[in-house]
Design a protein around this ligand. Sequence first.
Ligand code: SAH
Ligand code: CA
Length: 213
Amino acid sequence: MDFIDQEIEAYSLKHSQPETELLKKINRETHAKVLMPRMLSGHLQGNVLSMFSKMIQPKQILEIGTYTGYSAICLVQGLQPGGKLHTIDINEELEKMVRVYIDEAGMTDKINYYIGNALTIIPTINETFDIIFIDADKKNYSRYYDLVFDKVSSGGYIIADNVLWSGKVLDAPDKMDAETKAMDEFNKKINSDNRVENMLLPVRDGLMIARKK
Ligand code: SAH
Ligand code: CA
């Protein structure tokens, strides 16, 4: 489902900084070689993430759900000198490909890439994060949120992707499938959490942005 009119999106992209050669390559190769290439953030959302990162100037970033590394390479752009992006993915089949991209981006020193289940890896990373990007399995969003909350700096951001779930969050509650229900419950939970200020940004598949007070 396209939330933004296609011509408007094309015009917006035409008047935004272009996708870098490396991001274009990741996009192309993901579509050619990897299952479910729709999961890749893409040019519009990638620009949003890199611009957010440049605005926030984080020291530490945590990404849950690396996939082929597109969003990681966008998020890393605003990192302060000496800062790190930690990114976790359970799919070890993508490891080789992702390591090559991180290397080509010249980000080997700035990115810690973990292979495994985020639920077990997150508690082992002893850092305070200024940005957390939640983009792994949808049914665990709420658990990820609870797991990371104490690791977010005051004034730090938790950003969760795909919270509109192709518009299925509008389905009647008794018609929702399990993933849609999880997403709708997640959105309601964030919206009623008075420890954060939040907004749902209807870009691409929906980004929930929560700022810890
Ligand atoms: N952030 C990427 C897309 C991520 S797609 C981008 O925007 O380009 C979602 C990823 O979450 C998949 O690669 C999948 O392997 C991973 N994932 C699913 N369950 C996970 C888990 N329990 N722990 C870590 N990663 C998981
Ligand atoms: Ca996503």
